[in-house]
Write a protein that binds this ligand. Structure first.
Ligand code: SDX
Length: 428
């Protein structure tokens, strides 16, 4: 393949270099396009054809259904690693040694306490507040209690910020859930593993001993790994562009949480359960919802289906679907919702509309069924997605700053009124 691309504009030819990645992806480098053509730019709503950066964190191939974190397949990591190992891998680039892993976990434990005044911010929210709004606010508020912004040139300073947020974020997640349930806040236990501690902070009731259930621990650990990163998705791109103005790590993460909340993105896992519940209430009439999803006049979409990149099965959906069977079986939970989900999947995969558009179940289609079996409320599902995605967001924020990327500021094509004179009020 030649290493340049030629574009002809009004009879004049312009050559631009091609950039090739380690997985043979190719991009046209248009950094000099506007300057060399006297102002011509590209336009690509939703950035469906546009790369925002070069990144070494995650590779995915939507046609082949491949997902790898720093070169390791999601299948291997979900089976053989634990969430903190994967967090270390995503953020620092390699799987940790035993010593690095122990130090990482101990340093995170040392940070797993949140300033008591955060309590007052939490108390100010009504119980009806959506947990994602609470979590985004509390995460941004952490800046007030940890004001020193990250000196990215200092490995030590960066490391300290990473373990600080990995320690405090699970507390905010658990407190967000307990706020809704009216349970007193739980402060965790340093003698527990990372995921065990999250479950204890979420579920321990004051007048009972909390007994760990290894089925729940393994299920949550796997779900967090599967959600840990996904290259330049909407929320990660939000974290990167927010951080590109040199805004702090915590507020960049708060911006990512807000972007993830949308039902077209991470909010889909909550929307999937609401859709499946509606189908169940409707007597399991999946055909009605399939028809709605295909009706151009109906804004309804089959939640948990389709993906910007995967035009084949989302490899995470395959793993989660299998885990849903295992977890519900191990817990002895009979949930008709799982049957409805499988029926809907079968129908969609045989329907020409979905086949033509290459719409397959994505990561959000089955995850909520496991969260529900674990006793997590539906409006907390996207908070669990954020808990998993945290290390990916941190990794991308760190990569963007270490690569000294410029502030993100897209151009536009103006389609509004051309110049006109001001009209005094009495003449309008
Ligand atoms: C996540 O980017 C990531 O990596 C995200 C994520 C991550 O890990 O960070 O993987 C997590 O966000 C997964 C996606 C969760 N969202 C949903 O499940 C919501 C339902 N899905 C869609 O809204 C949609 O599929 C998107 C938003 C996920 C992708 O939309 P695109 O790529 O912009 O595709 P599109 O809207 O242009 O759709 C192409 C066609 C259209 O039909 P035509 O106009 O060509 O006739 O497919 C149709 C769409 O109407 N379509 C659907 C559909 N998804 C697309 N029709 C019905 N139901 C759907 N779910």
């Amino acid at each position: 393949m030649a290493n340049t691309a030629s574009i002809e504009i009004e009879g004049k030819k312009y050559d631009f270099p091609l950039v090739k990645g380690t997985e043979n992806e190719v991009a046209i480098d248009i950094t000099k396009l506007r300057g060399s053509t006297g102002g011509v730019i590209t336009i690509d709503p939703g950035y469906k054809n546009t790369g925002s950066c070069e990144s070494a964190i995650t590779f995915l191939d939507g046609e082949k259904g491949i997902l790898r974190y720093r070169g390791y397949s999601i299948e291997e990591l979900a089976e053989k690693a634990d969430f903190l190992e994967v967090a270390y891998l995503l953020i620092f680039g390699d799987l940790p040694t035993k010593e690095q892993s122990e130090k990482f976990h101990n340093d995170i434990k040392a940070e797993a306490v949140v300033d008591e005044d955060v309590h007052k911010i939490l108390d100010a929210f009504p119980k009806s507040a959506h947990p994602m709004g609470v979590l985004s606010s509390l995460t941004a508020a952490l800046t007030a209690f940890n004001p020193s912004s990250v000196d990215v040139s200092s490995e030590e300073d960066m490391y300290k910020s990473v373990v600080r947020i990995l320690g405090k974020f699970p507390v905010l997640v658990a407190w967000t859930m307990r706020k809704k349930s009216g349970l007193p806040l739980d402060y965790g236990n340093k003698n527990l593993g990372y995921v065990e501690n999250i479950l204890k902070m979420m579920f321990k009731v004051p007048n009972e001993e909390y007994t760990q259930n290894p089925i729940l621990v393994n299920a949550l650990d796997k779900l967090l790994i599967l959600h840990a990163d996904h290259e330049q998705n909407c929320s990660t791109s939000t974290v990167r562009i927010t951080g590109s103005s040199h805004a702090g790590l915590f507020v960049s993460l708060a911006a990512g949480i807000s972007a993830l909340w949308g039902p077209l993105h991470g909010g889909a896992n909550q929307a999937v359960l609401e859709m499946l519940e509606a189908i169940k209430t409707d007597g399991g009439d999946t055909k009605k919802y399939m028809a709605k999803a295909k009706d151009k006049n109906d804004p309804f979409r089959l939640m948990g289906f389709g993906h910007r990149v995967y035009k084949n099965f989302d490899p995470r959906a395959k793993i989660i679907k299998k885990a849903a069977d295992e977890v519900l079986g191990d817990l002895g939970v009979e949930d008709p919702i799982l049957g409805i989900a499988k029926g809907l999947e079968k129908e969609a995969l045989e329907d020409q509309y979905f086949v033509d558009r290459k719409l397959y179940p994505n990561v959000d289609f089955y995850s909520g069924i496991i969260y529900r079996a674990m006793g997590i409320p539906t409006d907390m599902f996207t908070v669990m997605f954020a808990l998993g995605r945290l290390p990916g967001w941190i990794a991308h924020w760190r990569e963007m700053r270490l690569r000294k990327e410029p502030i993100g500021r897209p151009r536009q094509i103006y389609i509004g009124a051309t110049e006109r004179k001001f009209v005094p009020m009495e003449e309008r």
